[in-house]
Ligand binder design. Structure first.
Ligand SMILES: Cc1cc2nc3c(=O)[nH]c(=O)nc-3n(C[C@H](O)[C@H](O)[C@H](O)COP(=O)(O)OP(=O)(O)OC[C@H]3O[C@@H](n4cnc5c(N)ncnc54)[C@H](O)[C@@H]3O)c2cc1C
Ligand SMILES: NC(=O)c1ccc[n+]([C@@H]2O[C@H](COP(=O)([O-])OP(=O)(O)OC[C@H]3O[C@@H](n4cnc5c(N)ncnc54)[C@H](O)[C@@H]3O)[C@@H](O)[C@H]2O)c1
Length: 467
């Protein structure tokens, strides 16, 4: 039986960062991955495919140019599912190649197969051909991620009723689509398909959506979706979903009936822990398959077993999973690990993008912090004129007492990149003066920071009179 310093189950963002970190510290590391290729959900069915699909959809549809040339403008008149897939395959190949090279040059070993516990220190790996290999290690990192929630009442057939993993293999673009679940996955895909001219209806039993995002930003976003004719049925539930002659018929709880070409069911994900035989390691998962860990060290209740990434729950992002995996691996091999800064960005790659970092206006109010907001619209910036943008909003919230930036919230083109300026100022404890006193490249969308900073500063008064 082979003995390792660290066994890592799963090669997604948490697993791969953890494995490379431990290898960099001179440890003998084995990654066990059941998928055909390394990379996890992030590379094969989640982050990278959905973002590549978005990019292809925006490029081929000419979406970014419609501000100038009108809503009827198209770069390619007939966009097929193959057009979308072609770029996806190239991108995924490149991602896997980079990852395999990283493993090779850091001497991280990897084996393909399904891992499960034999005892707290030992795992067995069942390979595709049925061969069983047993491995053990001083520490184990579970980075097994999640899989789509697929309730029995949904008539999945991977063609007309699908989950988000299956959506990448569709043979043709639907003319109409119902997305069930207005979470991040549902919203991203609903808006991408809407940009491709699919008639999209988004349904969620909750009457609000994106509750963790600043309300003003969500309202602006919803306005833009409705403006382009997307149907949002919030506070409504699909009670019956039936396949009928190649179409899908939905009956909602209010009696309304909808017939559509395709249904995407995106109502959350479950931790992929059901086949790990957790009991043999003295562990158990919650009802969503998730593991609980110490939030600072990512150790489970069994001290040498760690868990990181989506399997530990919120925030379930590739970006945060990587950091969790790195911290867990450092603690696992006895190295010092520092907690990450408090505020991390959240990026929603919908059309339009949303990105946010820090406190929302609602959270600031809840904490009774006296505050002022500064707002800039992209159409006020010269770069916005050049790009033909008539939408896009950047909002910053400042403390009236300390003048520090408390939160930055953006909806519009480039939001997921722009947010990092605000994130840096926030985590370095910067004040409104940063935006007022610093020079920004011109013409850029980043100039919106200057405009929003001045907007707040004009109402906050000069620093000398305040302090
Ligand atoms: C459609 C979609 C879009 C997303 N977009 C974004 C985004 O834009 N930005 C962002 O930050 N995040 C995004 N996410 C979330 C992101 O993909 C996840 O946060 C991230 O993949 C989690 O990484 P992880 O390492 O925890 O696990 P995963 O990436 O889920 O990988 C886990 C791996 O473990 C393997 N595994 C599981 N069980 C076993 C076993 N028993 N034996 C061996 N191997 C096993 C699986 O095969 C899988 O490869 C998106 C997710 C989805 C679904
Ligand atoms: N850009 C990004 O960072 C990004 C993109 C996609 C996914 N993700 C991550 O992936 C995770 C999963 O995303 P998600 O959107 O699937 O889940 P979610 O939990 O965020 O949203 C699920 C939605 O489905 C609804 N819902 C729940 N049960 C339902 C049911 N039975 N019928 C109908 N609707 C129901 C909920 O009200 C909710 O609005 C998230 O935690 C997210 O962080 C991140």
């Amino acid at each position: 039986m082979d003995q390792f310093d660290l066994l890592v189950v799963g090669s997604g963002p948490a697993g791969r960062r953890g494995a490379i970190q431990a290898a960099k510290l001179g440890k003998k590391v084995l990654v066990i991955e059941q998928g055909k290729r390394v990379g996890g959900v992030s590379v094969h069915t989640g982050t990278i495919p959905s973002k590549t699909l978005r990019e292809t959809a925006l490029n081929l549809s000419g979406w970014r140019e419609r501000g100038f040339y009108g809503r009827a403008y198209r770069v390619k008149q007939e966009i097929s599912a193959d057009d979308l897939r072609r770029r996806l395959l190239i991108t995924l190949d490149h991602e896997v190649e980079v990852l395999e090279h990283q493993f090779a040059r850091n001497r991280v070993q990897h084996i393909r197969g399904k891992a499960s516990f034999v005892d707290p220190q030992t795992m067995q790996v069942v390979k595709d051909d049925g061969e069983v290999v047993t491995v053990s290690a001083a520490s184990i990192l579970l980075a097994v991620g999640t899989k789509p929630f697929r309730p029995d009442y949904m008539p999945f057939d991977s063609k007309t009723v699908l989950d988000s993993d299956e959506l990448l293999d569709i043979e043709q673009l639907p003319r109409s689509m119902v997305v069930i679940g207005a979470g991040v996955i549902g919203i991203e895909y609903a808006t991408i398909f809407s940009a491709l001219d699919t008639q999209v209806t988004l349904i969620d039993p909750k009457s609000t959506m994106l509750d963790f995002i600043d309300k003003e930003i969500v309202e602006d976003f919803i306005y833009q979706l409705r403006d382009r004719n997307m149907k949002l049925l919030l506070g409504q539930k699909a009670e019956k979903v039936e396949r009928q002659n190649g179409k899908v018929e939905l009956t909602l709880d209010n009696g309304r009936r909808i017939t559509t070409d395709m249904v995407l069911f995106a109502a959350g994900r479950m931790g992929a822990t059901d086949t790990l035989n957790l009991a043999a390691a003295g562990l158990e998962a919650d009802n969503r398959g998730r593991l609980s860990v110490n939030p600072e060290t990512f150790a489970t209740k069994v001290p040498h077993i760690f868990a990181a990434g989506d399997v530990v729950g919120f925030p379930s992002l590739a970006s945060t999973s990587m950091e969790q995996g790195r911290i867990a691996a450092r603690v696992a091999v006895g190295a010092i690990a520092k907690e990450p800064p408090k505020y991390f960005p959240y990026g929603i790659y919908a059309v339009p993008e949303i990105s946010t970092c820090g406190l929302s206006e609602e959270e600031v109010k809840e904490r009774h912090i006296p505050y002022e907001c500064g707002i800039a619209r992209f159409r006020e910036t010269s770069r916005g004129h050049i790009m033909g943008l008539d939408t896009g909003l950047l909002k910053m919230i400042f403390s009236l007492k300390t003048r520090r930036l408390l939160g930055v919230h953006i909806v519009g083109e480039g939001a997921t990149e722009l947010v990092h300026i605000g994130q840096a100022v926030l985590n370095l404890k910067g004040t409104v003066e940063y935006f007022v006193e610093n020079t920004f490249n011109y013409p850029t969308l980043a100039e919106a920071y200057k405009i929003a900073g001045l907007d707040a500063w004009n109402r906050m008064g000069d620093i000398k009179s305040e302090l």
